[in-house]
Ligand binder design. Structure first.
Ligand SMILES: *[C@@H]1O[C@H](CO)[C@@H](O)[C@H](O)[C@H]1NC(C)=O
Ligand SMILES: *[C@@H]1O[C@H](CO)[C@@H](O)[C@H](O)[C@H]1NC(C)=O
Ligand SMILES: *[C@@H]1O[C@H](CO)[C@@H](O)[C@H](O)[C@H]1NC(C)=O
Ligand SMILES: *[C@@H]1O[C@H](CO)[C@@H](O)[C@H](O)[C@H]1NC(C)=O
Ligand SMILES: *[C@@H]1O[C@H](CO)[C@@H](O)[C@H](O)[C@H]1NC(C)=O
Ligand SMILES: *[C@@H]1O[C@H](CO)[C@@H](O)[C@H](O)[C@H]1NC(C)=O
Ligand SMILES: *[C@@H]1O[C@H](CO)[C@@H](O)[C@H](O)[C@H]1NC(C)=O
Ligand SMILES: *[C@@H]1O[C@H](CO)[C@@H](O)[C@H](O)[C@H]1NC(C)=O
Ligand SMILES: *[C@@H]1O[C@H](CO)[C@@H](O)[C@H](O)[C@H]1NC(C)=O
Ligand SMILES: *[C@@H]1O[C@H](CO)[C@@H](O)[C@H](O)[C@H]1NC(C)=O
Ligand SMILES: *[C@@H]1O[C@H](CO)[C@@H](O)[C@H](O)[C@H]1NC(C)=O
Ligand SMILES: *[C@@H]1O[C@H](CO)[C@@H](O)[C@H](O)[C@H]1NC(C)=O
Length: 435
């Protein structure tokens, strides 16, 4: 999506108003101070003044965050170009009024080696927002300038997470090492990788977020997840829209006590727990998750749990990890044209070795309730596929009302114990290629 013209401001006018402001501020030295050319400081408010002409506003934004990092407000009310990694950490009681547009430069040569490396799936970020009691609001836009990345010839270099240490596509906004954060009323467009990463954080709420990751060339967007939640708890995501080509929300290792509600997901890969168990040396837990009131249209999955199979290698990076998925509720899902409305895959990315080395992730206490709508028919009449190679226990489905364009809906279960369904679930007669 192009930036609407009205969101850009005339830079000469900016310069003029900042000069005017500067002279006014100089007249009131006890109350106001202008601490550097690109940041207008009024008490504990730091307003970033755009440089204009495509120049990098990153250093001034960083300066504003360091000046107003304790009880202050950072005001980003205009159009900013950012070509510098933003590590804004140590914040305490900070408001971020983002009513303008923050647009990252399409400078792959800078971002790929310089974006901040995080310790999961080679993910890197352009903005690491960190601290305690942070409130981002204002109705503005964060533009990842993704098109140039999707059009780059070797964009899929790297493995699992889709990013690699050789070619890293930065996440536009990571809430990391943070507590008590609210992010609301934000539009996010053009993300080169995941839109949002919740990383080692607790008590984070996202509300009224409008995400659109759409390619305007024949090259598709890649790994455009709406949210990924990793090593974090007490996260709420609500009242948001996601138009992308990958998970709407993804619950990664050690996402616990999560609420996702009132979501509208278009063209996504659905609500996904996992993948888990990728690293043989690690323990992955996803527990106490509620996902409710979700509309999914033209989606690959509705509700999905995906875990890697096991591995004989103690150093494996493609399965063999241990842990559990427990107490997950998916309720009130309205589906339209969804390939796999309900799916558990215990051989994610490891179909060949999985029979010999079943997963070490235990899946239990999973509740599917009030799923209605239609599948796409991609896998024939199957609308529910609970494909457990190890045992899955205490899985329930109630108020299931799913149809398939390929005929009477069918339901597949394997190795599911101590469970109750309101449909007749049978062992598969033929294999299904899972996503
Ligand atoms: C600081 O910014 C906030 C939010 O825009 C505003 O309500 C407040 O009046 C400003 N305070 C000062 C001293 O300018
Ligand atoms: C893409 O990868 C190939 C093979 O590794 C390499 O020869 C080529 O130079 C790369 N192209 C770009 C634009 O990086
Ligand atoms: C990270 O990137 C390197 C290449 O730079 C690749 O070998 C490795 O498998 C990647 N790791 C993951 C988890 O994607
Ligand atoms: C986040 O916290 C971890 C653990 O305290 C620390 O090792 C890491 O450096 C922090 N990351 C950043 C980017 O501050
Ligand atoms: C969570 O964060 C919000 C916003 O900072 C705060 O109002 C609330 O008290 C926090 N909740 C807990 C349990 O700390
Ligand atoms: C979120 O959406 C629900 C249902 O549409 C609505 O009742 C609620 O008021 C909304 N909450 C916020 C904070 O916008
Ligand atoms: C597990 O192995 C991966 C890949 O070798 C490595 O990146 C990670 O740091 C290891 N984790 C632990 C907890 O040692
Ligand atoms: C997840 O949490 C468990 C229990 O606290 C811990 O043992 C494990 O190392 C954590 N895993 C990751 C990937 O952080
Ligand atoms: C899940 O919630 C239960 C009940 O509140 C709690 O006892 C348990 O510790 C939680 N699990 C995790 C992994 O946070
Ligand atoms: C299950 O998770 C929900 C949150 O999704 C939590 O309220 C509840 O206490 C958990 N129950 C158990 C038995 O852990
Ligand atoms: C794991 O270790 C074996 C030897 O024990 C080695 O051949 C292999 O390359 C290692 N794999 C990884 C992913 O490090
Ligand atoms: C179950 O998973 C296995 C391994 O990935 C696959 O070969 C098989 O086709 C799957 N069956 C169903 C019904 O999903």
């Amino acid at each position: 999506m192009a930036i609407a013209p009205w969101t850009r401001r005339d830079t000469s006018q900016n310069r003029h108003s900042s000069m005017l402001a500067a002279s006014l501020l100089a007249a009131l030295p006890l109350v106001y101070g202008l601490s550097s050319s690109g940041v207008q400081r009024q008490g504990n408010n730091c307003t970033v003044v755009p440089m204009g002409g495509g120049q990098d506003d990153g250093p001034n934004i960083l300066s504003a965050f360091s000046q107003c990092n304790n009880g202050g407000t950072i005001v980003l009310d205009q159009y900013y170009v950012v070509g510098t990694v933003l590590v804004t950490s140590g914040l305490q009681d900070v408001g971020i009024e983002l009513s303008g547009v923050v647009q990252y430069t399409p400078d792959i040569a800078y971002w790929s080696p310089n974006s901040l490396y995080l310790t999961y799936q080679n993910a890197t970020t352009a903005w690491f927002l960190s601290g305690n009691n942070i409130h981002l609001y204002g109705g503005g836009t964060l533009d990842g300038n993704g098109q140039v990345w999707w059009d780059y010839p070797n964009v899929t270099q790297g493995t699992a997470g889709g990013s690699s240490t050789l070619f890293a596509r930065p996440i536009p906004l990571t809430v990391g090492n943070a507590t008590n954060v609210v992010i609301e009323d934000l539009t996010q467009i053009g993300s080169p990788f995941w839109n949002n990463f919740v990383y080692q954080s607790s008590n984070v709420t996202y509300r009224n977020i409008n995400i659109s990751t759409v390619s305007y060339s024949s090259n598709p967007t890649i790994n455009s997840d709406g949210w990924d939640i990793y090593r974090s708890s007490y996260v709420t995501i609500e009242n948001s829209t996601v138009n992308n080509d990958d998970d709407c929300v993804s619950f990664k290792p050690n996402a616990t006590n999560i609420l996702v509600q009132n979501m509208n997901c278009l063209a996504s890969d659905g609500m996904s727990v996992g993948s888990l168990g990728q690293y043989a040396n690690e323990t992955d837990i996803v527990a106490n998750v509620t996902v409710t009131n979700v509309m999914l249209t033209n989606s690959q999955n509705g509700a999905r749990i995906k875990v890697f199979g096991g591995s004989p290698l103690s150093n494996s990076t493609a399965g063999g990890g241990s842990g559990y998925v427990k107490n997950i509720t998916f309720s009130n899902f309205q589906l339209q044209h969804v390939d796999y409305p309900i799916v558990i895959d215990e051989c994610f990315a490891t179909p060949a070795s999985c029979q010999d080395y079943p997963t070490k992730i235990a899946v239990s206490d999973i509740y599917f309730s009030n799923f209605s709508g239609t599948s796409s028919g991609l896998v024939g009449s199957v609308v529910v596929d609970l494909n457990c190679t190890s045992t899955c226990s205490n899985i329930t489905a109630t108020m299931t009302n799913l149809t398939s364009p390929a005929g009477n809906a069918t339901y597949v279960c394997m190795n599911v114990t101590n469970s109750q369904f309101d449909f007749n679930c049978t062992a598969p007669t033929t294999g299904i290629n899972l996503p």
